[in-house]
Design a binder for this molecule. Structure first.
Ligand SMILES: Nc1ncnc2c1ncn2[C@@H]1O[C@H](COP(=O)(O)OP(=O)(O)OP(=O)(O)O)[C@@H](O)[C@H]1O
Length: 682
């Protein structure tokens, strides 16, 4: 990064205080960050033959006005303007709603360009946009950025233009020319130009190829550098514990372990006994019983005289895990503490002091665990749950709080093994591929929105049996505020419906940590019968008495996410149900709902999810469970990831990389990431 790129966005002409603040809101503070901000899709204004356009597809059509426009009003302010247009050899109708002023401008025989939705049956375009004159020839492709108000996509396009004009020449290229040549990659300046102002699809493709490679290479360089540092640390922790006490703990569990749990526990304990540092990924489908596996490992660490840390992505989960560990360890002398950002004041001081003294054996927490001031006496084992929410850097910090502690990462996201190894570095993988006995398949139904009343009756039947239900609220893209409002609305609807009979709880991200904890506790103790929630309950929540999961607007979720949500029920012996409420318009949307009703296996769903992704979401594809990238998708761009990994390994172990000027750009990026922390690898 050079100085130009590090200037605050306000350095761009036309960006005032307000715009700068709005940009900061979406994580853009510097010129470099602005220029790196990728569109999540592109609108293609390329013209197509109407015969080839599908029903309801967006089109751009240029043609001549063939009939005088007809304007009709209905209601107070609503109007409909229509005219006939001759486009190539087709005579079609154009309709514009609520733009009466256009009437004066539309003249017979004039050339106009219409952008809108094609109604194939009526041979009509419902126009979003009407441009006078022929379609622009320069480019048919316009970037669409994800923005939050007061920013608009239009403003973003303007800002990009201004930023590029002013700073385009100063965009540094961290890739050495030799590498660029080897893969025929465009330079960085050209890549960003084409990212924001593409003239053709091919340009866009080349830009993307280049940006994805750079991104993956940097990621892999970080991983490989980190690995070398780890290898240099002489030895990992050797855990030695009493097998007898461990077995008596296992036999005291409230259930018999599955064979898969036994096998995986064996693998983990073997790693822990050995002087080699454990670096293991534990994959298990939702509800496969990962928590107890973590508990056994933590217990083994405690028996060996070490401390263990369990790090999870949300406070709700931290509290839940702390609670269930406390239950599991009730008959032992293991001490457990909770450390999240809502543990404050005196209590916090106590926990910190006890961690440092070593009187706490196991600590469960969120990001708060990796803050400064948290010190351990003998940290021997670190377990992270849903590790994708933690970056490489955060893992490094936690690791360094001990002396090369063993590391176990748990995830419920099914990731093909080879991909996991590549994406997370060379770690060992364990898989829990068996569900606890007695589990019944969650019956999944797909209903339409207008059937909601029946859904409410269905829920009531389950409530009468003493069971509980979740209702996940409509999801509004990019707007946390509206999500919360939706949850509040659905909540009051349900309160009204079940008045006097059942307790309805409400959970969303804007509640304070205390409130969340209170609601969650009430739900898990069955004092709340129906929990209305935004997707904050997505991961890990465990209330076995809940048997119904209702998901509003299910078509807006990815299959993997739906599977996660569905995994909140079916965690006990009772038959459970998942009800997807969705009116998907597209065939793919309908297919996705059907697949959910038919498939219970997370791995199968993950594969289907991939298959069903059209080329439409070009940049937007984010495969949950893998590290999040700005440009690349580790699944789609797997081959680039492989190449980048090989190149990174070669670079890190070559003297030239650490010395030559050609690599200064890459080294600077590596240093900026804080991975090396002043340490030199040579
Ligand atoms: N071998 C077993 N037999 C019966 N019940 C089990 C067994 N192992 C775990 N359970 C129970 O199954 C439920 C789910 O386990 P757990 O919460 O560990 O799942 P998980 O793998 O973490 O799932 P998720 O990813 O959905 O959080 C818990 O209520 C747990 O007590």
């Amino acid at each position: 990064m050079n100085e130009a790129m590090q200037q605050p966005v306000a350095a761009v002409k036309g960006i005032g205080e307000e715009t700068a603040a709005a940009l900061a809101d979406i994580g853009i503070a510097t010129v470099g960050e602005l220029l790196a901000y990728a569109p999540y899709r592109y609108d293609d204004y390329e013209q197509k033959d109407l015969a080839a356009v599908r029903h309801e597809e967006k089109v751009t059509v240029e043609g001549k006005v063939y009939s005088a426009p007809l304007l009709t009003y209905y209601g107070k302010k609503k109007s409909r303007l229509s005219f006939r247009m001759l486009a190539d050899r087709y005579l079609i109708t154009v309709v514009c709603f609520n733009r009466p002023y256009l009437k004066e401008k539309i003249a017979l025989n004039e050339t106009v360009t219409v952008i809108g939705k094609w109604d194939r049956h009526r041979q009509t375009i419902n126009a979003y946009e009407l441009r006078f004159g022929p379609a622009p020839e320069t480019t048919g492709i316009e970037p669409v950025y994800s923005v939050r108000s007061p920013l608009t996509v239009k403003t973003m396009r303007r800002l990009m233009k201004a930023a590029f004009e002013q700073f385009g020449e100063h965009i540094p290229d961290p890739l050495p020319p030799a590498l660029r040549r080897a893969y025929r990659l465009v330079d960085k300046q050209e890549a960003l130009r084409a990212l924001h102002f593409p003239r053709t699809r091919e340009e866009l493709h080349q830009a993307r190829r280049r940006l994805v490679y750079e991104e993956f290479l940097l990621y892999q360089l970080k991983m490989q550098a980190l690995r070398r540092l780890m290898r240099d640390e002489r030895r990992g922790v050797v855990h030695s514990f009493s097998e007898e006490r461990l077995s008596s703990f296992l036999s005291g569990l409230p259930f018999a372990l599955t064979n898969a749990q036994r096998r995986v526990i064996g693998e983990i304990l073997a790693d822990m006994r050995s002087p080699r540092q454990m670096n293991r990924l534990l994959q298990g489908d939702v509800g496969s019983g990962k928590t107890v596996v973590a508990a056994v490992a933590l217990y083994a660490a405690a028996l060996s005289g070490f401390q263990g840390a369990l790090m999870v992505p949300t406070e709700i989960l931290a509290e839940q895990h702390a609670r269930s560990l406390a239950e599991l360890f009730a008959d032992t002398d293991v001490t457990i503490a909770l450390l999240t950002s809502s543990v404050k004041g005196k209590r916090r001081k106590e926990v910190l002091a006890e961690l440092e003294e070593g009187t706490i054996d196991i600590v469960v927490g969120t990001h708060a665990l990796i803050q400064e001031g948290v010190r351990f006496r003998r940290l021997g084992l670190v377990i992270t749950d849903e590790q994708h929410r933690f970056g490489v850097e955060q893992r490094r910090i936690l690791r360094e709080k001990g002396h090369a502690p063993d590391v176990l990462m748990m995830t419920a996201t099914p990731i093909p093994r080879t991909l996991a190894i590549t994406a997370f570095g060379d770690m060992d993988v364990s898989v829990l591929d068996e569900m606890p006995a007695g589990r019944k398949k969650v019956e999944t139904y797909w209903v339409k929105h207008h059937q909601f009343a029946r859904v409410l009756d269905f829920i009531e039947k389950e409530l009468r049996r003493g069971h509980q239900a979740y209702v996940i609220c409509p999801l509004i893209e990019e707007s946390d505020k509206l999500d919360v409002q939706n949850a509040i609305d659905v909540h009051s609807q349900l309160v009204h419906y079940y008045r006097g009979k059942y307790e309805i709880g409400l959970m969303h991200g804007r509640l304070s940590a205390d409130e969340k904890e209170r609601v969650m506790r009430a739900f898990s103790e069955n004092r709340i019968h129906v929990l209305v929630s935004t997707t904050v309950v997505e991961v890990g929540v465990n209330v076995p008495n809940a048997t119904v999961m209702v998901i509003y607007d299910a078509e807006r979720f990815g299959l993997a996410q739906l599977h996660q949500l569905r995994g909140r029920v079916g965690r006990g012996d009772a038959q459970s149900y998942c009800i997807l409420i969705a009116d998907p318009k597209s065939e793919v949307g309908k297919e996705r709902m059907r697949i959910m009703t038919e498939t219970a296996d997370g791995f199968v769903l993950a594969e289907k999810d991939l298959e069903l992704r059209g080329p439409g979401d070009f940049f937007g594809t984010k495969q949950s469970g893998l590290p999040e990238f700005r440009y690349g998708d580790p699944v789609h761009d797997y081959r680039i990831l492989e190449v980048a990994r090989r190149d990174a390994a070669k670079l890190v172990s070559s003297a030239a990389f650490w010395r030559d000027e050609a690599y200064a750009g890459l080294r600077a990026e590596l240093e900026a990431s804080g991975i090396l922390d002043g340490e030199k690898l040579d």
